[in-house]
Write a protein that binds this ligand. Sequence first.
Ligand code: ZN
Length: 370
Amino acid sequence: MKPYIIVLALLGTFFASAQDHSHTGAQPFHYPDIEGYKTLKTDLHMHTVFSDGSVWPNIRVQEALRENLDAISLTEHLEYQPHLADIPHPDRNRSYTIAMQEAKNHDLLIVHGSEITRSSPIGHNNAVFIKDANKLMAEDGLTPFKEAKKQGAFVFWNHPAWYAQNPDGNPTLSDFQKERITNGELHGIEVINAFDYAEESLALALEQNLTIMGTSDIHGLIDWDYTEKGNHRPITLVFAKEKNLERMQEALFSGRTVAVYNDLLVGKEEFLNPLIKASIEVITATYLENTSIVKLELKNNSSSDLLFENIMDFTFYDSSPIFTIKGLETKTVHVKTLKKLDVLNLKLKALGAYNAPKQHPVITWAIPLK
Ligand code: ZN
């Protein structure tokens, strides 16, 4: 064989084996990095048969690989164990151990976690980045939080607006939780849980400086609950200095997140705005011949459909001022700049994104024109 044929053959083998080992499904997630940080796609709330879920932990790992996630956590209820008679497991770390074995040849981070499951006012809370789930079990409500802190865990309040615990669908911050926040035992809050989004939880996150979280809380199959309905699961984008557990943990403690569910993006302005800005790539920006009309071709490099309102003084030639750029797709609009400019300051309000209740980010892109 000629040398280049050998090289090609080797390359072929390499790609074939790389492909064999890929689990990416029909709907892999994509979100761009922002300046200074890697954007990690994470789901830190899910269940398996080791609590009240319906699947073995390896399925959770495979689902995550199909969706191109960077990190997951299997957060089994410590106190709620409906399958215990069929699957006895005195070691409450089993779910994590099995997930670790399944993920070992993949670039997926497995975060060790557990769900502290109590009735109101303690409610449900996930402790992630724990070291030993067994030590979190206790008769009283306080011990799990103290132990989680001892283990260096990041703890967040799950579905605070859940109607089973709050019949009006609004979160109530109890004295117990206030104390946990003051003691550094509660650090985050779910604003998106499964199909639910609570603006009131976002208000609490901002008021208490809690990390904004979005999770699937999946019990059945991601495919049945989300993918086959044309949806993605809710996730938390974590902005970490590098892709590893330590940096991810540090980012969560620092509140560097955006919660995402399909076209809904919720986060603090300092992270949400750069994410949206980075998501739009300008493919074309040229004047139509003999006109002062700019042809703008905009590509959305995120998996979320992005809904925008034009808030420039310049109007569009051929589009509604409110328009969508579908996830991973390109849209062309024409802007009437009235005279020829060197730079267009494209200014859009992101209507599907919230940095506070009822408040949308406004993003500006400085686009050189030809
Ligand atoms: Zn749960």
